[in-house]
Design a protein around this ligand. Structure first.
Ligand code: HEC
Ligand code: CU
Length: 372
């Protein structure tokens, strides 16, 4: 991966126990860094939540970057800028108010033997001043917000370069110009501003790549758009940022921004259809299972009769970095675990447990592994 992909997770110690459950954070082998979109460095609260599932957090896979403080597009930059200005204005108000309160407490504190102070009701001058100042501040923030919106929002009727469809709990990605369909991994050429149309197959989701885009809700039939653009190549973390059910937190995706030639090579590879008959015997058995176990009802594989749309398109599954919306790295070992019991990897996932035998799992892994 290019330099840009920073690692968020460092190994704590190799002596930590292996397996699913770490009782305490100290036992967890992974140090949790900068995964919060706010990028506050090592984040013990987030780590406490993730500690229990920390075997899933692997550098280089979840090692995408996602801090709002390191924007990598004009759109994200406008938003980060607005955030900083708002923060400074609020900090100044906070300091002034706090200063006046402390000053009054000290300067006008009650002393022994003192009579009650003079009682007053209302002061026109003061009231005018403290009405006008906030109005000016709100006015300035409004103007700055409109400015940021102009940069980060595409015009309503923009022709989409990419269509992203939210599903409970994964993202379908369609490239209308090239016919490519993939899942949970968006490839884009560096330095090009793309228009993305957002849709949903079920409930409201929210699309957000903190370093590249604004947040945008996926509303049925509304056709919301966002701009997406990356100034540097790298892997950027994306999330669903509107609660949408059990696995909302694991409805993630990655944006892989690469130089034009690399992107073109990726496009050519994704446009290939899968061979209808596999060459290896185990893979052939795997395909037959795929066909017979009703996998075809939910998954599509271009070039075969599999046409399902309830789950991710698997035509080039083996070329993807992760499985289950970035919950685990895409390795034969994890694919095996996924097929043996998807619920164990991602509880609540809308893929049934087929109670496959070890041998069936091996054949399926062989077949799916051939879908590069
Ligand atoms: C009822 C529909 C359904 C059936 C039947 C089904 N799946 Fe799935 N599958 C899904 C859904 C939905 C997901 C995405 C889960 C997620 O990430 O939340 C998925 C994910 C996967 C993934 C991971 C893909 C990725 O890009 O992350 C693989 C591999 C997979 N299924 C293989 C199979 C195989 C093999 C079968 C048959 C034994 C099968 N599926 C049957 C719905 C189904
Ligand atoms: Cu969602």
């Amino acid at each position: 991966m290019p330099q840009q992909a920073q690692c968020h997770f460092g190994r704590r110690s190799s002596a930590a126990p292996r397996g699913n459950h770490y009782r305490t954070l100290a036992e967890s082998p992974w140090v949790f860094r900068e995964t919060s979109p706010f990028g506050f460095g090592e984040n013990p609260i987030a780590a406490a939540f993730v500690g229990a599932r920390s075997e899933f957090i692997v550098p280089g896979v979840n090692g995408a970057s996602g801090s709002i403080f390191h924007p990598q597009s004009a759109e994200a930059h406008a938003i980060a800028h607005l955030f900083t200005i708002t923060l400074i204005i609020c900090a100044v108000i906070f300091a002034v108010v706090l200063g006046l309160v402390v000053y009054s407490l000290v300067r006008f504190r009650g002393r022994e033997g003192e009579a009650d102070p003079e009682q007053i009701a209302g002061n026109k001058k003061v009231e005018i001043v403290w009405t006008i100042i906030p109005m000016i501040i709100v006015g300035v923030l409004f103007a700055l917000t409109v400015q940021a919106m102009q940069v980060s929002d595409p015009p309503l009727e923009t022709k989409p370069d990419l269509v992203v469809i939210g599903h409970q709990w994964w993202w379908e990605i369609r490239y209308p110009n090239t016919g490519i369909v993939t899942a949970n991994e968006i490839h884009i050429p560096v330095g090009k501003q793309l228009s993305i149309r957002l849709d949903t197959a079920d409930v409201l989701h929210e699309f957000w790549v903190p370093q590249l885009t604004r947040k945008m809700t996926t509303v049925p039939l509304l056709g919301n758009h966002v701009w997406m653009e990356a100034r540097k190549s790298g892997v950027y973390e994306g999330v669903c940022s509107e609660f949408c059910g059990t696995q909302h937190a694991w409805m993630r995706f990655q944006v892989v921004a690469e130089p034009q030639e690399q992107y073109d090579a990726w496009v050519r590879n994704q446009q290939r259809k899968a061979p209808e008959t596999a060459t290896v015997a185990a893979a052939r058995r795997g395909w037959r299972l795929f066909n017979d176990m009703t996998c075809v009802n939910c998954h599509a594989i271009q070039g075969t009769p599999a046409r399902g749309t309830a789950g991710p398109d698997l035509t080039h599954l083996a070329s993807r970095r992760t499985l289950g919306s970035v919950i685990v790295p895409n390795t034969p070992e994890n694919l095996r675990r996924w097929l043996a019991d998807p619920q164990q990897v991602k509880p609540g996932v809308k893929m049934p447990n087929f109670k496959l035998t070890d041998e069936q799992v091996s054949d399926l892994v062989e077949y799916l592994g051939s879908l590069k």
